[in-house]
Design a protein around this ligand. Structure first.
Ligand code: ATP
Ligand code: MG
Ligand code: MG
Length: 371
């Protein structure tokens, strides 16, 4: 069987390996961690740095096509691989998504709405107190995730201090918005430009980390379909090939694009249990040049993330979850639970939206999340 390549060995890569295996492919994973969730179940695990010449050469020679699950893969790695094999998404798309300044400018220049922001390259770029940007969030342009590399600031002085604490790395200073709620759209776009969007998900965050996704989102149909249109427009402007996650803020009834991920997205995990084709199978399909699958939702779904915090009193009581027949548990095979670390998730799948949400919230409380 053909070999597919995956840059990154986290849980997203692990779900990709599972989908690829079910579809008859073998997978080579490149990840420096010998215990990475995807590396452990891959056919070949190249345990090396993302710039390791020998590993990249091996990948280029043995893989029919390569994709990524780790948005911080160096663009040079993807460009190198692209000389010898198929790479999807393109290095250029990943380079934009992995840098907040390029990302925000791209989204704005594509004519899509974004929150007011200022690029901070140096201290003198930080606006004075009377600027309409405050209160604001200072976000480092690179390597931030799960709310890391972000500081909430009320004044120029606080922004200057936060910028210093980020070692004066390039940042984006973004207006702090009062959010009605948040939604996301995950879609797959193939090499011919055909697009299959998954339904719009409604997302709740806890301490800057995704906590709960509710699907379909409960907001107005207008907002939900507009989110789909905006995500599609963004994918087309990028000439994106692969699976793309787009996060939105809903603010005063208007959608603003928050950010994008050049890969399957945590808010798309519900697709594993509630859609005809899941986001990882779509990733395999696009990569292998197969037709896109049907992305329709066949059930109501509520997904809840399980972070390492849940292990504070030892192993969680999984039997309490297994007793709930509409609940599907997915653990990522990580052995070191740390606070804030994504260890797994569960999805409640039913035919009634209210039941899905109430069952998920009860199960969430059983694990001690958000209590
Ligand atoms: P990830 O990549 O894991 O989604 P991240 O570290 O890139 O997270 P963001 O998506 O920028 O972080 O922000 C995380 C969350 O913080 C958002 O989903 C939202 O709940 C809140 N947030 C971020 N920016 C703003 C803002 N300008 N106004 C209000 N809330 C915000
Ligand atoms: Mg992000
Ligand atoms: Mg985000």
């Amino acid at each position: 069987p053909a070999m597919l390549g995956m840059l990154g060995g986290g849980q997203l890569g692990r779900f990709f390996v599972i989908a690829a295996h079910e579809m008859g492919y073998r997978v080579t994973v490149l990840d420096p961690d010998k215990n990475s969730p995807a590396g452990k179940i891959a056919d070949v695990h190249l345990c090396a740095d993302y710039a390791d010449q020998a590993a990249l050469e091996k990948m280029a020679q043995t893989c029919a096509a390569v994709t990524t699950e780790f948005e911080n893969v160096p663009a040079s790695t993807m460009e190198y691989l692209a000389q010898a094999t198929v790479v999807r998404p393109a290095a250029q798309s990943v380079a934009i998504a992995q840098h907040r300044v390029l990302e925000k400018n791209f989204i704005r220049d594509a004519g899509l709405p974004v929150a007011p922001f200022v690029v901070v390259n140096q201290v003198s770029d930080i606006p004075a107190d009377d600027d309409a940007i405050y209160p604001a969030i200072l976000k480092v342009a690179r390597f931030g995730y799960d709310g890391k590399g972000q500081a909430r600031v009320k004044s120029q002085a606080e922004a200057v201090a936060a910028f210093a604490s980020f070692k004066q790395e390039v940042c984006v200073l973004e207006k702090m918005l009062s959010l009605d709620y948040e939604v996301s759209v995950v879609l797959a776009r193939d090499a011919e430009g055909k697009i299959a969007p998954f339904p719009t998900a409604e997302n709740q965050h806890l301490n800057g980390i995704l906590d709960v996704s509710i699907v379909p989102a409960r907001g107005s149909e207008i907002i939900k379909s507009r989110a789909q249109q905006l995500a599609i427009k963004l994918a087309e402007k990028l000439d994106y090939v692969g699976v793309l996650g787009v996060e939105f803020f809903v603010c005063d009834g208007e959608l603003l694009v928050n950010e994008m991920a050049p890969r399957p997205h945590n808010s798309g995990h519900y697709t594993i249990d509630a859609c005809i084709t899941n986001q990882f199978e779509q990733q395999v399909r696009v990569l292998a040049g197969l037709p896109l699958g049907d992305a329709r939702l066949h059930s109501q779904a509520v997904m809840v993330n399980i972070l390492g915090d849940v292990w504070k009193d030892g192993e969680p009581e999984w039997d309490q979850l297994f007793a709930r027949t509409a609940l599907k548990l997915h653990l990522y095979g990580k052995h070191e639970p740390r606070p804030g670390r994504k260890m797994g998730h569960f999805t409640v799948v039913t035919d009634k939206a209210e039941t899905a949400l109430s069952q998920a919230m009860t199960a969430r409380a059983v694990l001690g999340i958000g209590v």
